[in-house]
Design a protein around this ligand. Sequence first.
Ligand code: CU
Length: 273
Amino acid sequence: MIPLRRLLAAVVIGLLGAGPASAGFLDAYKPPVDISKEGHRVDSLFYVTTIMLLVLFAILSYVLVVSSIRHRGKSSHHVHFHRGHATRDLTIAAVISASIFFVVDGNLLYNSYEDINDAFWNYPTEGDLTRVQIMPQQWAWRFRLPGNDGQFNTADDIVTLNDLRIPVDKQVIAQMQSADVIHSFFLPNVRQKIDANPGSVTKMTFTPLQTGDFEVVCAEMCGLNHYKMRAEMKVLSTADYARWHEEASFWALSGFDEEDAEAHWGWDWEANE
Ligand SMILES: [Cu+2]
């Protein structure tokens, strides 16, 4: 048999070695970069909840281990059944449960409400906004931006497939509805996810603070090729966006086909604000 001391030494050496090696491994579990003004709210909810649960886990493990060692079986001990029905036991259990409920769940509930009211469901209707209509289908994302006339559902609308372009530092308000089944518009770098349903319009708002190419994924199991349902969100500098928008709107207008009913899937923006 392996002596206990040697076994413990092996475990300690193993853990010391695994530390640096696991640094890269842990990187894979970090959330993707947050490029939005609002995303930190979601991250802090995750972190605060995780820390609170780790503290609780440590306290409970300590109590469990210490009492197992201290009250372990000895020949002089008599078995003493304790069912925890005494008022004192019930009070202790109630106080611990209530504190966990109010501190952990209460904190989650309070902060979630605040985040929803201040940011995530606080949809702007006026001001300098990037407005976009999104119509996902099995298995692609269609985006529609108003052209140079600033109106939706006109001949110069910029319609793209799996390619969303928006300017940096400007609040985005997206309206979406699905062409077929339920899809879910998920922007990992913005920490937001909203379902797109057939027949009703849902909304999402965020402000991108960083330029670059970011992923758009469908977060609702929507059929056989769900896993392929990806798009790119390109956050451009104000100047780059203006240049692209001007040109794209020009080409949209010159290629507009009145007869092509398939292409005219936009809807009345104001009615769904
Ligand atoms: Cu989908």
